[in-house]
Ligand binder design. Structure first.
Ligand code: GDP
Ligand code: IMO
Ligand code: MG
Length: 424
């Protein structure tokens, strides 16, 4: 195997950062291809906690080239903060290790204002991260986007920002009645911030193209999760990028390459931050217990994550829509020692039992059907108990793909590989 995709199979925060960090040890290249600093990928190394938002989780390894592909929306201010944070953690970053596509769409202050105003005053609250992600993707798709390469020329930047502002100005003044920076102010800000990103900006397409041709080990680090995908997800309560497998081919800049395996990162239960349907959500003390024990707070916004039992119909959909070839089951330790253990194997929907959350199903109108399992109480020091084995086997049987990794703690060594990735 030469290329592997890491895809969140639920609503994000499944533990992608930890798995990417570990698998990067055997990789030459790690690529982020969608999303932006709405992501929060946590890596725990001994007593240090590093949360990466924009920079790929491969950055912790000196031999790895980390690429931010053109499908990512890039906030130069957030990048500055993250760069400082990573450097202050004694992680080496230089232009050989980090490559950022000149064609990334820039998140402007205008995008962030729009995101905040819509969330505060719009008819539908999505519960976004407030990072300007949706409006930046709108700019891109409507061909008004500011590209990272535009930040190097102040005059061109002013012209593009002026064109970009025309319609938004009307919204800021008339609809939202909110202050916003002038083109002059915003251009100067972005121009200055652009200097910080400049050493890393390059043609990442060619770097990836060479890496594929040179048979390098490549890892694609997805952000968010399948159910947050703009097309496959629980629309409109989604993010604005292609978070599933298909996003790689447009967002990384690898149109013809093939990805050998697709690893679906799956939390042993389900969580969600923000608004939107959540069939197995627990509103009971059990949900609170999982939330507290699991430390389920957003790595980007600090919001409490909603918690619920594992949802097999959603995962079946993720397997199909992202061509998952195996599962990394994370946070199994959080379920250890529970008094009860349930899994939702199917839904009752419009009088029929269905076992896959196919598109078109109104997730607010389904009734989850639960199977009770015997709780497990493993300390993960030896072989899994019979009850834990039963949990794992049930998931494998239902999803019809193997569980290749089991994670049972946030630390790097709290993991069991049931398969070797990137054989050397
Ligand atoms: P990501 O966005 O998918 O990278 O996930 P987040 O970093 O947002 O959230 C996952 C959280 O769970 C982080 O705090 C991780 O340190 C932690 N974590 C990852 N795997 C495990 C695990 O197996 N057990 C426990 N207890 N924590 C884990
Ligand atoms: P990682 O990569 C969990 C959610 C937000 C909101 C919706 C839209 O850490 O798994 P946006 O700001 O993207 O327009 O918000 O998507 N969301 C995430 N939820 N993990 C993430 O990233 C998320 N990124 C966005 O909470 O519901
Ligand atoms: Mg996260």
């Amino acid at each position: 195997m030469k290329s592997l995709a890491i895809i969140g199979s639920q609503w994000g925060d499944e533990g992608k950062g930890k798995i990417t960090d570990l698998l990067s040890q055997k990789c030459d290249v790690v690529v982020r291809y969608q999303g932006g600093n709405n992501a929060g990928h946590t890596i725990i190394v001994k007593d240090r906690k590093i949360v990466l938002h924009l920079i790929p989780s491969g950055i912790l390894h000196d031999h790895c080239v980390s690429i931010i592909g053109h499908g990512v929306v890039f906030d130069p201010e957030a990048f500055k903060v993250e760069l400082d944070d990573v450097l202050s953690n004694n992680i080496n970053i230089n232009a050989d290790k980090l490559k950022i596509s000149a064609n990334c769409t820039v998140i402007t202050t205008y995008n962030k204002i729009l995101d905040a105003q819509r969330e505060a005053k719009g008819p539908v609250k999505i519960g976004t991260t407030g990072k300007g992600i949706g409006p930046a993707y709108e700019d891109k798709i409507s061909r008004k986007g500011i590209k990272l390469k535009d930040l190097s020329n102040l005059e061109t930047l002013k012209t593009k920002l002026a064109a970009n502002l025309i319609e938004k100005e009307s919204l800021f003044k008339n609809l939202y009645k909110v202050d916003y920076p002038s083109v002059e102010e915003e251009a100067t800000r972005l121009f200055e911030l652009g200097k910080i990103a400049a050493p890393f900006i390059c043609d990442t397409f060619s770097i990836l193209d060479h890496a594929v041709r040179d048979n390098k080990n490549i890892l694609f680090e997805g952000a968010q999760g399948v159910l947050l995908d703009i097309d496959y997800g629980s629309y409109p309560f989604v993010t604005s990028s292609s978070t599933s497998y298909g996003g790689i081919f447009t967002g990384a800049g690898m149109p013809t390459g093939k990805v050998d395996e697709v690893l679906g990162i799956t939390k042993a239960y389900t969580t969600r931050v923000g608004e939107g349907p959540f069939p197995t959500e627990l509103f009971t003390p059990v949900g609170e217990f999982i939330q507290t024990k699991g430390g389920e707070f957003g790595a980007t916004t600090g919001r409490k994550r909603r918690c619920g039992w594992l949802d097999i119909p959603l995962l079946k959909y993720a397997v199909k829509s992202s061509s998952l070839t195996s599962i990394a089951l994370t946070k199994v330790d959080i379920l250890s020692g529970m008094d009860e253990l349930k899994v939702c194997k199917s839904y009752m929907y419009e009088g029929k039992e269905i076992n896959c959350a196919y598109p078109g199903i109104d997730l607010t109108k389904i009734e989850p059907i639960y199977t009770d399992l015997k709780p497990f109480d493993d300390d993960f020091k030896g072989e899994p108990s019979e009850n834990l084995k039963a949990y794992i086997e049930l998931i494998e049987k239902e999803l019809e793909i193997p569980i290749s990794i089991i994670a049972f703690g946030p630390e790097r060594n709290e993991i069991s590989f049931r398969k070797e990735f990137f054989k050397s």
